[in-house]
Design a protein around this ligand. Structure first.
Ligand code: THU
Length: 129
C-alpha cells in the first residue's frame, strides 16, 4: 500500500471518532512526517462554537507530541460529495511544519478528489517576523 493510500485509510478511520454534534461533519486528517511516522486527528467541536478544533489541528498536535517536526504529506477526509480543503487557520498551522511543495490531499469515500501543494493553498504566507 502506498503512503498516500495509508494516509487515506488512516484519515477515514479517524474521522469515525470525530465529535461533531453541531455541524454533523465528521473530518479526519492524517499526516506523514518526514521521519516516516504517521499521525492522525479528528475535529472536536464544542458547544462554545469558536473553541472547536479542526482535524488537521489534532493531527499536527499529535505529530509534535510524538516527536516529529516536519510534514511530508497530509490528507483531509470527510464523507460527503464535496471534499474539504484545510481552513485558512489550518493552512497556516501546516505551514509551520511543511515546505511549500508538500502535497495536501482532500478525499472522501470515493478516494482522493483534489491535491494541491501548500504553496498553492497558502501563497505568500507569513513565515517569519
Ligand atoms: N473542519 C476541519 O476539521 N477541518 C477543516 O479544514 C475545515 C473544517 C471541521 C470544523 C468543524 O468541526 C466542521 O469541520 C465544520 O466546519
Amino acid at each position: 500500500m502506498s503512503n498516500t493510500q495509508k494516509l487515506l485509510t488512516l484519515a477515514a478511520e479517524t474521522s469515525k471518532n470525530a465529535h461533531c454534534p453541531y455541524s454533523g461533519r465528521a473530518v479526519g486528517a492524517a499526516v506523514l512526517a518526514t521521519d516516516g511516522k504517521f499521525y492522525a486527528g479528528c475535529n472536536v467541536e464544542n458547544v462554545s462554537f469558536p473553541i472547536g478544533t479542526c482535524a488537521e489541528s489534532g493531527a499536527i498536535a499529535a505529530m509534535v507530541a510524538g516527536g516529529s517536526r516536519k510534514i511530508a504529506e497530509i490528507l483531509v477526509y470527510t464523507d460527503g460529495p464535496k471534499p474539504l480543503l484545510p481552513c485558512g487557520a489550518c493552512r497556516q498551522r501546516i505551514a509551520e511544519f511543511a515546505d511549500p511543495k508538500v502535497l495536501i490531499h482532500a478525499a472522501n469515500s470515493d478516494g482522493i478528489r483534489q491535491t494541491y501543494t501548500l504553496d498553492e493553498l497558502l501563497p505568500h504566507c507569513f513565515s517569519e517576523f
